[in-house]
Design a binder for this molecule. Structure first.
Ligand SMILES: [Zn+2]
Length: 340
């Protein structure tokens, strides 16, 4: 143990939600997970255009660097700006210097034409050499034909699928509907209401802060035999904080557990983005030992090297101007919130 670790991986992010902070409250208070989706996220994603997506991704990538996170596994949706959206996100992350694995979340929420355009955006980006997975929003917003089209595209291209599974009770049918489709390279986000004895293959992505915020329940990922990795579900990319919340939540149901399990979930990120393990983050705290980190607030990276290049040093990104990104993101957030 020392003050240096490999780059951290945020295994489930929504870079498009970086501009959500400060958005006007929904017309009425959402009382269920389904209402949160309808009144917050599905209004927000429908209002996005490519310029908003660009600055949202720039801000999200900047904040990842500022958290010592060198790789983001993103899940994107922008139903009125689908074509080209994955390239905009990949380019923004490349500009900041952060690794990203993109996916467009296919859904039938906007009819079969919207679903087909989502599948095509995944195909266009991946066939063009983009780093990514095929995205599916969730089984409960997709027809069987759409699920099969997305899974088939992933098989054809030799990549996995990134999909929300049983985040809320609305998606209770997912295990049965996805059972014949999943493979080991699938990423299954949330799995709060996934039965312990299930037939789905893939890595389970645990998002402790988001699950608390949506009151969907505790996933208790230690009960699964699948590999488990940690994500933020779009609420920043601070994986040290995410590890601390994951540990405390696990303690809340098992007071005998130590931080080793939650730390191992952090390390699973390197099986999803292996290059991140070669990145170097020098932290403000020594040693970066799970037992110490679990009880130490405010640990920050001092220096971040990605692929051998110092992309963050002395509190600032080296390739981009943090103040400019924040100012542009604020301008785009004003435009976005005005549309809601
Ligand atoms: Zn999500």
């Amino acid at each position: 143990m020392s003050t240096v670790t490999p780059g951290l991986v945020c295994a489930h992010h929504h870079l498009y939600s970086a501009l959500a902070r400060g958005m006007p409250a929904p017309p009425k208070v959402a009382t269920t997970f389904g209402e949160i989706l309808e009144q917050v996220w599905w209004r927000l994603d429908a209002a996005l255009d490519l310029e908003m997506i660009r600055w949202s991704a720039m801000l999200g990538a900047l904040e990842a660097l500022e958290s010592g996170t060198t790789a983001i596994v993103d899940h994107h949706e922008s139903p009125n700006a689908i074509e080209g959206s994955l390239s905009v996100i990949a380019d923004a992350c490349a500009e900041v210097g952060v690794r990203v694995v993109c996916a467009y979340g296919v859904t039938d929420r906007h009819g079969p034409d919207g679903a087909a355009r989502g599948v095509e955006e995944n195909r266009r980006f991946l066939a063009g050499g983009g780093r990514g997975l095929v995205g599916i929003h969730a089984a409960f917003t997709c027809s069987d034909a759409t699920l099969e089209a997305a899974a088939g595209l992933a098989r054809d291209l030799g990549v996995g699928v990134h999909v929300h599974v049983c985040e809320g009770l609305e998606d209770a049918a997912a295990p049965a509907r996805l059972a014949g489709l999943t493979r080991d390279d699938w990423l299954l986000a949330h799995c709060v209401h996934l039965p312990t004895d299930h037939a789905l293959k893939g890595t389970i992505l645990h998002n402790p802060f988001s699950n608390l915020n949506n009151a969907v329940g505790y996933a208790n990922p230690a009960r699964f035999t699948n590999p488990v990795a940690l994500g933020t579900d779009g609420i920043g990319a601070d994986m040290i904080e995410t590890f601390r919340i994951a540990y405390a939540l696990e303690r809340s149901v098992d007071v005998t557990c130590g931080p080793g399990t939650a730390w191992s979930w952090l390390e699973t990120g390197w099986s999803l983005v292996p290059e991140a393990k070669g990145d170097r983050v020098t932290w403000s705290y020594d040693p970066m030992d799970p037992w110490q980190v679990a009880f130490t607030p405010g640990i920050r990276p001092l220096r971040v090297e990605i692929g051998g290049e110092a992309v963050f040093a002395d509190g600032s990104p080296t390739r981009v101007d943090a103040d400019e990104i924040r100012a542009k993101a604020r301008e785009q957030a004003v435009r976005l919130h005005a549309r809601l």
